[in-house]
Design a protein around this ligand. Structure first.
Ligand code: TRP
Length: 339
Protein backbone atom coordinates (compact mmCIF):
# COMPACT_ATOMS: atom_id res chain seq x y z
CA UNK A 1 0.00 0.00 0.00
CA UNK A 2 1.27 3.43 -0.84
CA UNK A 3 0.68 6.34 1.39
CA UNK A 4 1.17 9.60 -0.39
CA UNK A 5 1.74 12.52 1.87
CA UNK A 6 1.16 15.88 0.28
CA UNK A 7 3.33 18.41 1.94
CA UNK A 8 1.43 21.68 1.71
CA UNK A 9 3.61 24.58 0.81
CA UNK A 10 3.94 27.03 3.64
CA UNK A 11 2.69 30.44 2.72
CA UNK A 12 4.64 32.90 4.81
CA UNK A 13 3.30 36.44 5.05
CA UNK A 14 4.36 39.42 7.06
CA UNK A 15 3.70 43.13 7.03
CA UNK A 16 5.93 46.01 7.94
CA UNK A 17 4.33 49.17 9.23
CA UNK A 18 5.76 52.10 7.33
CA UNK A 19 6.70 54.51 10.06
CA UNK A 20 10.22 55.90 10.34
CA UNK A 21 13.40 54.64 8.72
CA UNK A 22 14.62 51.17 9.66
CA UNK A 23 17.67 51.07 11.95
CA UNK A 24 20.11 48.34 13.00
CA UNK A 25 17.60 47.06 15.58
CA UNK A 26 14.93 46.57 12.89
CA UNK A 27 17.47 45.00 10.59
CA UNK A 28 18.55 42.40 13.16
CA UNK A 29 15.16 41.85 14.77
CA UNK A 30 12.79 41.84 11.80
CA UNK A 31 14.29 42.16 8.33
CA UNK A 32 17.05 39.58 8.58
CA UNK A 33 15.05 36.81 10.32
CA UNK A 34 12.09 37.25 7.93
CA UNK A 35 14.31 37.05 4.85
CA UNK A 36 15.92 33.91 6.25
CA UNK A 37 12.53 32.20 5.95
CA UNK A 38 12.51 32.59 2.18
CA UNK A 39 13.13 29.11 0.76
CA UNK A 40 12.28 27.36 -2.51
CA UNK A 41 9.59 25.23 -0.88
CA UNK A 42 7.87 28.17 0.83
CA UNK A 43 5.90 30.98 -0.71
CA UNK A 44 6.62 34.34 0.82
CA UNK A 45 4.54 37.49 0.92
CA UNK A 46 6.08 40.68 2.28
CA UNK A 47 4.09 43.86 2.22
CA UNK A 48 4.26 47.46 3.34
CA UNK A 49 1.48 48.13 5.81
CA UNK A 50 1.01 51.74 4.80
CA UNK A 51 -2.63 52.01 5.90
CA UNK A 52 -1.54 50.84 9.35
CA UNK A 53 0.92 53.73 9.43
CA UNK A 54 -1.93 56.28 9.24
CA UNK A 55 -2.97 55.36 12.76
CA UNK A 56 0.02 57.08 14.29
CA UNK A 57 1.32 59.39 11.60
CA UNK A 58 -0.63 62.32 10.17
CA UNK A 59 2.29 63.96 8.38
CA UNK A 60 1.85 62.86 4.77
CA UNK A 61 5.43 63.54 3.76
CA UNK A 62 6.66 61.36 6.64
CA UNK A 63 4.44 58.55 5.37
CA UNK A 64 5.78 58.94 1.85
CA UNK A 65 9.42 58.98 2.96
CA UNK A 66 8.93 56.03 5.21
CA UNK A 67 7.26 53.86 2.55
CA UNK A 68 10.25 54.54 0.31
CA UNK A 69 12.85 53.89 3.01
CA UNK A 70 11.23 50.75 4.35
CA UNK A 71 10.90 49.36 0.83
CA UNK A 72 14.52 50.20 0.04
CA UNK A 73 15.70 48.73 3.34
CA UNK A 74 14.11 45.37 2.54
CA UNK A 75 15.24 45.34 -1.06
CA UNK A 76 18.79 46.34 -0.17
CA UNK A 77 18.90 43.73 2.58
CA UNK A 78 18.24 40.98 0.07
CA UNK A 79 14.50 40.77 -0.58
CA UNK A 80 14.28 39.46 -4.12
CA UNK A 81 10.93 40.39 -5.70
CA UNK A 82 11.33 37.49 -8.10
CA UNK A 83 11.41 35.01 -5.23
CA UNK A 84 8.92 36.72 -2.91
CA UNK A 85 5.68 38.59 -3.41
CA UNK A 86 6.36 42.19 -2.48
CA UNK A 87 3.57 44.77 -2.51
CA UNK A 88 1.91 47.69 -0.77
CA UNK A 89 -1.15 47.06 1.35
CA UNK A 90 -2.78 50.15 -0.19
CA UNK A 91 -2.52 48.63 -3.68
CA UNK A 92 -4.87 45.81 -2.68
CA UNK A 93 -8.25 47.48 -2.05
CA UNK A 94 -9.86 44.08 -1.46
CA UNK A 95 -8.15 44.14 1.94
CA UNK A 96 -10.67 46.79 2.96
CA UNK A 97 -13.66 44.85 1.69
CA UNK A 98 -12.47 41.94 3.76
CA UNK A 99 -11.84 44.24 6.72
CA UNK A 100 -15.51 45.22 6.74
CA UNK A 101 -16.71 41.65 6.43
CA UNK A 102 -14.43 40.71 9.32
CA UNK A 103 -15.57 43.68 11.37
CA UNK A 104 -18.98 42.09 11.29
CA UNK A 105 -17.55 38.85 12.67
CA UNK A 106 -15.27 40.44 15.24
CA UNK A 107 -16.63 40.84 18.74
CA UNK A 108 -16.16 44.35 20.09
CA UNK A 109 -15.27 42.80 23.43
CA UNK A 110 -12.38 40.99 21.76
CA UNK A 111 -10.97 44.27 20.48
CA UNK A 112 -11.51 45.93 23.85
CA UNK A 113 -8.89 43.52 25.16
CA UNK A 114 -6.16 44.44 22.64
CA UNK A 115 -2.97 45.43 24.51
CA UNK A 116 -2.26 48.56 22.50
CA UNK A 117 -5.78 49.93 23.04
CA UNK A 118 -5.93 48.87 26.69
CA UNK A 119 -2.67 50.50 27.60
CA UNK A 120 -3.79 53.83 26.11
CA UNK A 121 -7.06 53.62 27.99
CA UNK A 122 -5.11 52.91 31.18
CA UNK A 123 -2.87 55.93 30.57
CA UNK A 124 -5.89 58.16 30.03
CA UNK A 125 -7.65 56.97 33.10
CA UNK A 126 -4.51 57.40 35.21
CA UNK A 127 -4.25 60.96 33.98
CA UNK A 128 -7.88 61.50 34.96
CA UNK A 129 -8.88 61.99 31.31
CA UNK A 130 -11.75 60.47 29.38
CA UNK A 131 -10.86 56.80 28.72
CA UNK A 132 -10.90 57.20 24.96
CA UNK A 133 -9.13 60.55 24.71
CA UNK A 134 -6.99 60.75 21.53
CA UNK A 135 -7.79 57.17 20.54
CA UNK A 136 -8.94 56.89 16.94
CA UNK A 137 -10.99 54.07 15.46
CA UNK A 138 -7.95 53.07 13.40
CA UNK A 139 -6.10 52.17 16.57
CA UNK A 140 -9.10 50.39 18.02
CA UNK A 141 -9.77 48.27 14.95
CA UNK A 142 -6.12 47.82 13.96
CA UNK A 143 -6.24 44.06 14.68
CA UNK A 144 -9.09 43.61 12.19
CA UNK A 145 -7.12 45.27 9.39
CA UNK A 146 -4.17 43.09 10.32
CA UNK A 147 -6.38 39.98 10.22
CA UNK A 148 -7.58 41.01 6.75
CA UNK A 149 -3.97 41.45 5.56
CA UNK A 150 -3.28 37.87 6.54
CA UNK A 151 -6.54 36.16 5.61
CA UNK A 152 -6.87 37.79 2.19
CA UNK A 153 -3.98 35.65 0.92
CA UNK A 154 -4.68 32.47 2.88
CA UNK A 155 -1.36 32.80 4.68
CA UNK A 156 -0.42 29.74 6.68
CA UNK A 157 2.51 31.13 8.68
CA UNK A 158 3.06 34.65 9.93
CA UNK A 159 6.42 35.63 11.38
CA UNK A 160 5.93 38.41 13.92
CA UNK A 161 7.51 39.76 17.08
CA UNK A 162 6.14 38.70 20.48
CA UNK A 163 4.23 42.00 20.69
CA UNK A 164 2.00 40.78 17.83
CA UNK A 165 1.10 37.40 19.37
CA UNK A 166 -2.24 38.70 20.63
CA UNK A 167 -3.11 40.12 17.21
CA UNK A 168 -2.46 36.71 15.71
CA UNK A 169 -4.80 35.07 18.20
CA UNK A 170 -7.42 37.64 17.25
CA UNK A 171 -6.95 36.93 13.54
CA UNK A 172 -7.55 33.23 14.17
CA UNK A 173 -10.50 33.97 16.38
CA UNK A 174 -12.16 36.26 13.86
CA UNK A 175 -11.50 33.85 10.98
CA UNK A 176 -12.89 30.97 13.02
CA UNK A 177 -16.04 32.94 13.76
CA UNK A 178 -16.53 33.73 10.05
CA UNK A 179 -15.96 30.11 9.02
CA UNK A 180 -18.40 28.91 11.65
CA UNK A 181 -21.09 31.42 10.65
CA UNK A 182 -20.78 31.05 6.86
CA UNK A 183 -18.42 28.49 5.38
CA UNK A 184 -14.85 27.36 5.70
CA UNK A 185 -13.31 29.90 3.37
CA UNK A 186 -10.65 31.41 5.58
CA UNK A 187 -7.36 29.73 6.45
CA UNK A 188 -6.46 29.92 10.14
CA UNK A 189 -2.89 31.26 10.19
CA UNK A 190 -0.18 30.11 12.53
CA UNK A 191 2.01 32.66 14.23
CA UNK A 192 5.76 32.17 13.99
CA UNK A 193 6.75 34.18 17.01
CA UNK A 194 10.30 35.34 16.48
CA UNK A 195 12.56 35.45 19.49
CA UNK A 196 12.77 38.93 20.76
CA UNK A 197 16.36 39.85 20.32
CA UNK A 198 17.20 42.80 22.40
CA UNK A 199 19.45 45.09 20.42
CA UNK A 200 20.80 47.90 22.59
CA UNK A 201 21.05 51.45 21.33
CA UNK A 202 23.87 53.91 21.94
CA UNK A 203 22.72 54.57 25.54
CA UNK A 204 22.40 50.85 26.39
CA UNK A 205 18.58 50.86 26.42
CA UNK A 206 16.65 48.90 23.77
CA UNK A 207 17.28 50.52 20.39
CA UNK A 208 14.22 52.54 19.53
CA UNK A 209 13.38 55.64 17.57
CA UNK A 210 11.44 56.97 20.54
CA UNK A 211 14.54 56.82 22.78
CA UNK A 212 16.59 58.63 20.11
CA UNK A 213 19.35 56.06 20.61
CA UNK A 214 19.39 54.35 17.23
CA UNK A 215 22.29 53.28 15.06
CA UNK A 216 21.29 53.72 11.42
CA UNK A 217 22.33 51.31 8.70
CA UNK A 218 21.06 53.06 5.58
CA UNK A 219 23.73 55.70 5.86
CA UNK A 220 27.28 56.50 4.83
CA UNK A 221 30.28 54.85 6.45
CA UNK A 222 31.06 58.11 8.20
CA UNK A 223 27.65 58.39 9.82
CA UNK A 224 27.87 54.78 10.99
CA UNK A 225 31.29 55.46 12.46
CA UNK A 226 30.05 58.58 14.24
CA UNK A 227 27.09 56.84 15.77
CA UNK A 228 29.28 53.98 17.03
CA UNK A 229 31.63 56.57 18.54
CA UNK A 230 28.67 57.86 20.57
CA UNK A 231 27.98 54.53 22.29
CA UNK A 232 28.26 55.05 26.03
CA UNK A 233 30.87 53.03 27.95
CA UNK A 234 32.19 53.23 31.49
CA UNK A 235 35.42 55.10 32.21
CA UNK A 236 37.82 52.16 32.62
CA UNK A 237 41.23 52.96 31.15
CA UNK A 238 43.14 50.92 28.56
CA UNK A 239 44.93 48.08 30.33
CA UNK A 240 42.21 47.69 32.97
CA UNK A 241 40.27 44.40 32.64
CA UNK A 242 36.71 44.91 31.47
CA UNK A 243 33.49 42.91 31.81
CA UNK A 244 31.99 41.97 28.44
CA UNK A 245 28.71 40.70 29.90
CA UNK A 246 26.97 43.96 30.61
CA UNK A 247 28.63 45.88 27.81
CA UNK A 248 26.61 47.50 25.00
CA UNK A 249 29.58 47.37 22.62
CA UNK A 250 30.05 43.66 23.20
CA UNK A 251 26.35 42.89 22.76
CA UNK A 252 26.30 44.72 19.45
CA UNK A 253 29.55 43.08 18.42
CA UNK A 254 28.15 39.59 18.99
CA UNK A 255 25.28 40.19 16.55
CA UNK A 256 27.74 40.68 13.70
CA UNK A 257 30.91 38.79 14.62
CA UNK A 258 31.80 35.14 14.00
CA UNK A 259 32.05 32.77 16.98
CA UNK A 260 35.80 32.90 16.78
CA UNK A 261 35.82 36.69 16.80
CA UNK A 262 33.51 36.67 19.83
CA UNK A 263 35.82 34.35 21.77
CA UNK A 264 38.78 36.56 20.94
CA UNK A 265 36.91 39.68 21.92
CA UNK A 266 36.04 38.20 25.33
CA UNK A 267 39.74 37.57 25.86
CA UNK A 268 40.58 41.12 24.81
CA UNK A 269 38.11 42.44 27.41
CA UNK A 270 39.89 40.51 30.19
CA UNK A 271 43.22 41.73 28.81
CA UNK A 272 42.07 45.33 29.12
CA UNK A 273 41.39 46.39 25.52
CA UNK A 274 40.80 50.16 25.13
CA UNK A 275 37.22 51.26 24.44
CA UNK A 276 38.39 53.03 21.29
CA UNK A 277 39.71 49.74 19.95
CA UNK A 278 36.49 47.86 20.71
CA UNK A 279 34.63 50.58 18.80
CA UNK A 280 36.99 50.19 15.85
CA UNK A 281 36.41 46.43 15.79
CA UNK A 282 32.67 46.89 16.20
CA UNK A 283 32.60 49.32 13.29
CA UNK A 284 34.52 46.90 11.18
CA UNK A 285 32.19 43.90 11.72
CA UNK A 286 29.05 45.99 11.21
CA UNK A 287 30.50 47.71 8.18
CA UNK A 288 31.52 44.41 6.56
CA UNK A 289 27.92 43.21 6.72
CA UNK A 290 26.29 46.52 5.87
CA UNK A 291 28.54 47.59 2.99
CA UNK A 292 26.72 45.73 0.20
CA UNK A 293 23.36 46.79 1.67
CA UNK A 294 24.46 50.43 1.74
CA UNK A 295 25.71 50.29 -1.83
CA UNK A 296 22.44 48.83 -3.06
CA UNK A 297 20.46 51.36 -1.02
CA UNK A 298 22.29 54.34 -2.50
CA UNK A 299 21.96 52.86 -5.97
CA UNK A 300 18.20 52.26 -5.66
CA UNK A 301 17.52 55.55 -3.94
CA UNK A 302 17.89 57.41 -7.18
CA UNK A 303 15.52 55.16 -9.08
CA UNK A 304 11.98 56.05 -7.99
CA UNK A 305 10.59 54.48 -11.17
CA UNK A 306 12.03 51.16 -10.19
CA UNK A 307 10.17 51.25 -6.88
CA UNK A 308 6.91 52.27 -8.54
CA UNK A 309 7.30 49.49 -11.10
CA UNK A 310 7.99 46.98 -8.35
CA UNK A 311 4.89 48.03 -6.45
CA UNK A 312 2.73 47.80 -9.51
CA UNK A 313 4.16 44.41 -10.54
CA UNK A 314 3.73 43.16 -6.98
CA UNK A 315 0.08 44.20 -6.89
CA UNK A 316 -0.58 42.70 -10.34
CA UNK A 317 0.80 39.40 -9.16
CA UNK A 318 -1.22 39.07 -5.95
CA UNK A 319 -4.39 41.07 -6.49
CA UNK A 320 -6.21 38.42 -8.54
CA UNK A 321 -5.93 36.06 -5.56
CA UNK A 322 -7.48 38.70 -3.32
CA UNK A 323 -10.28 39.30 -5.83
CA UNK A 324 -11.00 35.61 -6.06
CA UNK A 325 -11.31 35.20 -2.31
CA UNK A 326 -13.43 38.32 -1.88
CA UNK A 327 -15.72 37.04 -4.65
CA UNK A 328 -16.29 33.82 -2.71
CA UNK A 329 -16.79 35.68 0.56
CA UNK A 330 -19.35 38.02 -0.95
CA UNK A 331 -21.27 35.07 -2.22
CA UNK A 332 -21.05 33.36 1.16
CA UNK A 333 -22.51 36.37 2.96
CA UNK A 334 -25.22 36.89 0.36
CA UNK A 335 -23.85 39.79 -1.62
CA UNK A 336 -23.80 38.48 -5.15
CA UNK A 337 -25.71 38.35 -8.40
CA UNK A 338 -29.46 38.19 -7.93
CA UNK A 339 -30.90 35.03 -9.42
N1 TRP B 1 1.12 45.01 13.12
C1 TRP B 1 2.39 44.63 12.58
C2 TRP B 1 3.52 45.31 13.35
O1 TRP B 1 3.36 46.41 13.79
C3 TRP B 1 2.49 44.98 11.12
C4 TRP B 1 1.48 44.22 10.33
C5 TRP B 1 0.37 44.74 9.72
C6 TRP B 1 1.48 42.84 10.09
N2 TRP B 1 -0.31 43.76 9.10
C7 TRP B 1 0.33 42.56 9.30
C8 TRP B 1 2.35 41.80 10.46
C9 TRP B 1 0.02 41.27 8.89
C10 TRP B 1 2.03 40.51 10.03
C11 TRP B 1 0.89 40.25 9.26
O2 TRP B 1 4.57 44.72 13.47
Amino acid sequence: MFIIVFQMKKRILTGITTTGTPHIGNYLGAIKPALELVAPDNESYFFLADYHALIKQTDSSEIETSVKNVALAWLSSGLDPKKSHFYRQSDIPEVHELTWILNCSAAKGLLNRAHAYKSLVAENSQAGDDDDRAINMGLFSYPVLMAADILIFNATHVPVGPDQAQHMEMARDIAGKFNHTYSNLLTLPEALIQNEISVPGIDGRKMSKSYKNIIPFLCSEKVLQKSIAKIITNSLEPGEPKDHKSCTLFQLYSFFATNEQIVNMKQSYSDGIAWGDVKKDLFSVINDEIMPIREKYFELQNKPDLLNDLFSDGAKKVRPQAQELVGKLREAVGISKIV
